[in-house]
Design a protein around this ligand. Structure first.
Ligand code: NAD
Length: 246
């Protein structure tokens, strides 16, 4: 399969879970290179060893200096970035009365400001080349809200509104830069595996398809939006939730 042939792709949080599935999909679809950006160096090394077209880069999306250095490196190596997937994200759940300020700040910094940091650093290169595709990972929690996830819901709702704004802003001068988001439901990854079984069972009851999603199922949707097959889709939020009714 070669639907990413010739493309330079960047995936944040690419070392495990949904991000890893996206990196693997792009690598198998013959991207020229997939830069997997993450803080987990060991997992990045494993990915590099498994795929000749994957390059791991240790990066924290809250570190603007580090991001600048990365974009400079990509520019020197390939002269462009065709696809940016803003996937890195964390949770720090608590009811609002019990949510520490630090839990609010950490989640905002990674999930919201991290997406801002990455996009702000990458988009000038896309604008120079007058093309590109950006896909950010939101969540059903950003669409519908969830108990105990005030901070997370705020960031994932923010990702949706940034997507709508950027779709308009980046296409202003006729540049072919598409900006979309994917809103997964509840997906089995290391992020959700730590949830109690009772909670997971109660979630599954709300899913029309009566199961959790797989990381590869989210990766397929992200891949579609990132690819030329979605050439007339921008400013769109694609829900990938098995028909979850919250
Ligand atoms: P995960 O915890 O399994 O993996 C997240 C990856 O991001 C890890 O490799 C981690 O090292 C990396 N990461 C975390 N903070 C980072 C930072 N500051 N800089 C760079 N990398 C960082 O999570 P996942 O379940 O694969 O989730 C991926 C994305 O999908 C997240 O944005 C998450 O909010 C979103 N999402 C997940 C679900 C789900 O059910 N799993 C549902 C909806 C949305």
């Amino acid at each position: 399969m070669d639907r990413m042939k010739g493309k330079v792709c960047v995936v944040t949080g690419g070392a495990r879970g949904i991000g890893k599935a996206i990196v693997e999909k792009m690598a198998k679809e013959e991207a020229t290179v997939v830069y997997a950006l993450d803080m987990n160096e060991d997992a990045l090394n494993e990915l590099e060893n498994a795929y000749s077209n994957v390059k791991g880069y240790v990066l924290n999306v809250t570190n603007r200096e580090n991001i600048k250095e990365f974009v400079e490196l990509a520019k020197n190596e390939y002269g462009r970035i065709d696809v940016l997937v803003n996937n890195a994200g964390i949770t720090a759940d608590a009811l609002i009365q019990k949510m520490e300020e630090d839990a609010w700040d950490r989640v905002i910094n990674v999930n919201l400001k991290g997406v801002f940091n990455m996009t702000q650093a990458v988009v000038p290169l896309m604008l120079e080349n007058e093309k590109g595709s950006i896909v950010s990972i939101s969540s059903i929690v950003g669409e519908k809200g969830n108990i105990g996830q005030t901070n997370y819901a705020a960031t994932k709702g923010g990702v949706i509104s940034m997507t709508y704004s950027w779709a308009k802003e980046f296409a202003r001068k006729g540049a072919n830069i598409r900006v979309n988001a994917v809103a997964p439901g509840f997906i089995l990854t290391p992020m959700t595996e730590k949830m109690p079984e009772k909670v997971l069972n109660s979630i599954v009851e709300k899913v029309t398809l009566k199961r959790m999603g797989k990381a590869t199922e989210v990766a397929d949707a992200v891949f579609f939006l990132a690819s030329e097959e979605a050439s007339y889709i921008t400013g769109h939020v694609l829900s990938v939730n098995g028909g979850t009714i919250l």
